[in-house]
Design a protein around this ligand. Sequence first.
Ligand SMILES: *[C@@H]1O[C@H](CO)[C@@H](O)[C@H](O)[C@H]1NC(C)=O
Ligand SMILES: *[C@@H]1O[C@H](CO)[C@@H](O)[C@H](O)[C@H]1NC(C)=O
Ligand SMILES: *[C@@H]1O[C@H](CO)[C@@H](O)[C@H](O)[C@H]1NC(C)=O
Ligand SMILES: *[C@@H]1O[C@H](CO)[C@@H](O)[C@H](O)[C@H]1NC(C)=O
Length: 321
Amino acid sequence: MYALSWATLAAFTLGARAGTILWNGSFNNYASASDFDKWSWANQTGSYQWYIHGSAPTSEYLAVSSSYKNPADTAESRGIKMTIDGTSNWNGQTMERTELIPQTTANLGTGNLFYHFSVMHSGTNAPDSTMEHQVCFFESHFTELKYGVGSTPTNLVWMVTGNQKWSTPFTAGTWFNFAYDINFSAGTVGLWASTGSSPLTKVVQNVAASTSTNSADWHLGVLRLITNQKAEDWYFSGVYVESGPITTAIGNGSTGGGSTTTTTTTSAPTTNPPTTSTTTTAGPTQSQWGQCGGNGWTGPTTCASPFTCVAVSAPYYYQCQ
Ligand SMILES: *[C@@H]1O[C@H](CO)[C@@H](O)[C@H](O)[C@H]1NC(C)=O
Ligand SMILES: *[C@@H]1O[C@H](CO)[C@@H](O)[C@H](O)[C@H]1NC(C)=O
Ligand SMILES: *[C@@H]1O[C@H](CO)[C@@H](O)[C@H](O)[C@H]1NC(C)=O
Ligand SMILES: *[C@@H]1O[C@H](CO)[C@@H](O)[C@H](O)[C@H]1NC(C)=O
């Protein structure tokens, strides 16, 4: 018993996770693309909402595999390949989208939070730099990555409310690790970045931004502005949101040498049970970009002024815009 405690302590210490995980977007619990289809507006199960995509079967847009993650991320058993192609029109929009949204009851918009993810393209079905791409963005676009924009469209560019702050060549085969450093109290956002197994470092200090989220409007994935028949594959892993202080290590912090037994003793609040319609008393009105209706929706159905409730995907999803 004591031996176990010491092993646990050692693993925990070596893991050196600094903050508290508020939402864990690991794909460890997603064995195949069909697991994403278990989520629906009526049964909001799992870690991700999956509704922003084209009309083809999910397997055309999502695939999970151990070879789709940042190999330095030893805490993760899988990453995801997200594909965008000529069928990826969603909701009649003249743009193409393949995006996952956090499914959680946690408040992902309070205090100082870090939105972690790693992104890569392999060179096969590479992103087309002649088209604008929006990557890992909030609805209000106060922080996001873009590709195919600016004077060097082959760069991955970090933007705050449409203004470029930082960029890097989006080299094929390199994993780019990021954390959006968002202080929702102060209304500021900064950027941490690294490649491969290197720990994150702060590359842009926080700047003022209109930081807000309803905890269900951060989009993991890609929106392509011009419709095009050519498929693109984007890879993501290491997705989670934590409260500060930031965890800078990639994965569990292992540098490849040690092999301590991983013991899951600390609370792992990952998947949410199917929501038993807890009548959310989230106030009488919904904020901009928040849900305001749809099958199974029990939250507010009126929007804060001056927004109106729009049938984005009737009868499933209505949003304040
Ligand atoms: C909701 O989804 C979960 C996970 O797939 C499943 O076990 C459960 O039966 C579903 N509930 C309903 C009411 O369909
Ligand atoms: C997320 O949960 C998975 C298990 O579902 C676990 O293996 C992984 O370490 C967790 N990630 C973080 C960052 O806590
Ligand atoms: C976030 O902003 C608040 C309000 O300005 C400030 O008190 C706090 O120290 C900031 N947090 C961090 C980690 O900088
Ligand atoms: C990190 O995870 C890998 C794979 O699960 C494991 O082999 C290694 O021992 C872990 N390292 C630590 C410090 O937990």
